[in-house]
Design a protein around this ligand. Structure first.
Ligand SMILES: [Zn+2]
Length: 168
């Protein structure tokens, strides 16, 4: 079996749902964590350190019966830039797109600044995406502080849960 057909098979092995392919190695579990927080009912299969033609190794996630939109995918842009999203129906890829970096993240991450108004009031969050030579920086619309992407990719709870914690 050639590499190409192997890759094709792994993508099409679900009846319907979403396959996120070409996730940089090591990021699969982070994404899994976020997906499970968002939809604890979802049936999710994860492949780690799979062979890849373009990356040294890749992670892959299949989600049954959950069709991603571009908005769902954009939320994962910091974790898996350039990953491929395959929307599968009846074992066939109906639609395929690449995860692109949005210009803003709205209500996706919480602000790392503990004094930021978004940490105390339920106003939602908004970060502008700035690309620099060091990578991606996010600037908070409310406290105007800029943060490196690692402060967001390490977040293991979702915004809504952060609110609940603050309120209690
Ligand atoms: Zn802020």
């Amino acid at each position: 079996m050639s590499d190409l057909s192997g890759e094709k098979l792994s993508v099409e092995a679900i009846r319907s749902g979403t396959v996120i392919d070409h996730i940089p190695r090591g990021r699969g579990l982070r994404i899994l964590g976020r997906l499970q927080l968002k939809n604890s009912e979802a049936r999710i299969t994860v492949g780690l350190n799979l062979p890849s033609r373009n990356l040294s190794a890749k992670d892959l996630i299949k989600i049954d019966e959950w069709q991603f939109t571009e908005t769902d995918a954009a939320e994962l842009a910091l974790f898996a830039p350039n990953a491929t999203v395959n929307i599968v129906e009846n074992y066939k890829v109906k639609r395929k797109f690449t995860i692109g970096m949005p210009s803003e993240f709205v209500n996706v991450f919480w602000c790392p600044n503990a004094n930021c108004v978004t940490r105390h009031d339920s106003v939602g969050t908004r970060f502008k995406v700035n690309r620099t030579v060091d990578g991606v920086h996010l600037q908070c619309h409310f406290c105007e502080r800029g943060f490196s992407e690692e402060l967001f990719t390490e977040q293991d709870r979702l915004l809504g849960l952060a609110y609940m914690e603050t309120v209690v």
